[in-house]
Ligand binder design. Structure first.
Ligand code: IPE
Ligand code: IPE
Ligand code: MG
Length: 252
């Protein structure tokens, strides 16, 4: 009955600390990004093995364009190469890939590559791996509101403002196919959201670790899951109600 309390159904990760990991080792920042991709592979595998249904990774934020252009260019190449290299293995492992964010800012060739990868893995059911690229939580809420309004207009059914509810907006969010994250992990020591899934993190358990992403391994991941199991998720209710069999986050 309480399986979802112990094993998160959806984990979101802010993979931070690549640059500092590299600098600490006397390496260029890009070496940290390269090592970070290997960690993505390990953690995605660990999630699939543990039966976690959704893993969502923050790979590039709407604000990351502010970085030196050489670093941005490197990150784009890394994304392209990783996609190329990993998609076969993901597919074989039954993983569905989705990429969320404003993809229009990417090179057309990368956009096409993303479409192909999504199409190839579309029917896989073991786990959904979502990569957030040129993603911002504010962008997501805004695009959802716009699409909600424009779809209603196009259908000749202008929205009644008094009837508009959260579900109307939520169904247009870029990650509407997934339940809200149960657990957010942020590596690299910062304790902030950095414009990640603003809407969806409303009741997510937040786990922060000083470990830099390139050092985040199976043991560190197990530690995060162990911490998650110790949390009591009340969703605004009180502990006594949680004991009751009818308790459910959705029963609000
Ligand atoms: C996260 O690591 C990766 C991206 C944002 C692309 P950083 O590059 O932010 O690493 P730090 O925070 O500078 O160490
Ligand atoms: C958040 O990391 C974005 C990603 C991990 C992709 P940043 O390193 O960009 O976050 P800030 O700038 O420190 O908040
Ligand atoms: Mg950072």
């Amino acid at each position: 009955m309480q399986a979802t309390i112990h094993i998160p159904q959806h984990i979101a990760i802010v993979m931070d600390g690549n640059g500092r990991w590299a600098i600490q080792k006397g390496l260029p920042r890009i070496a940290g990004h390269r090592k970070g991709v290997e960690v993505v592979r390990d953690i995605a595998r660990a999630c699939a093995e543990r039966g976690i249904a959704y893993l969502t990774l923050f790979a590039f934020s709407s604000e990351n364009w502010r970085r030196p252009k050489e670093e941005v260019a490197f990150l784009m190449r890394l994304f392209t190469n990783a996609l190329e290299r990993e998609i076969g293995q993901l597919h074989e492992n039954g993983i569905r890939l989705r990429v969320i964010g404003d993809l229009t800012r990417f090179e057309p060739s990368l956009q096409r590559q993303i479409q192909r990868a999504e199409a190839k893995t579309a029917h896989n059911t073991r786990m959904t791996l979502t990569v957030a690229a040129n993603y911002g939580g504010r962008w997501d809420i805004l695009q959802a509101a716009r699409r909600c309004a424009s779809n209603a207009l196009n259908a000749g059914r202008p929205i009644s403002l008094s009837a508009l509810n959260e579900a109307d907006i939520a169904k247009y969010l870029a990650i509407a196919y997934a339940p809200e994250p149960d657990l957010l992990i942020r590596t690299g020591g910062e304790q902030r959201i950095s414009n990640f899934l603003l809407w969806q993190l409303a009741y997510t358990e937040l786990y922060f670790t000083d470990t830099f992403w390139p050092d985040f391994n199976a043991e560190a991941f197990a530690h995060a899951l162990h911490w998650y199991r110790s949390r009591e998720r009340r969703f605004g209710s009180i502990s006594a109600q949680r004991e009751a069999p009818a308790y459910s986050a959705k029963a609000v």
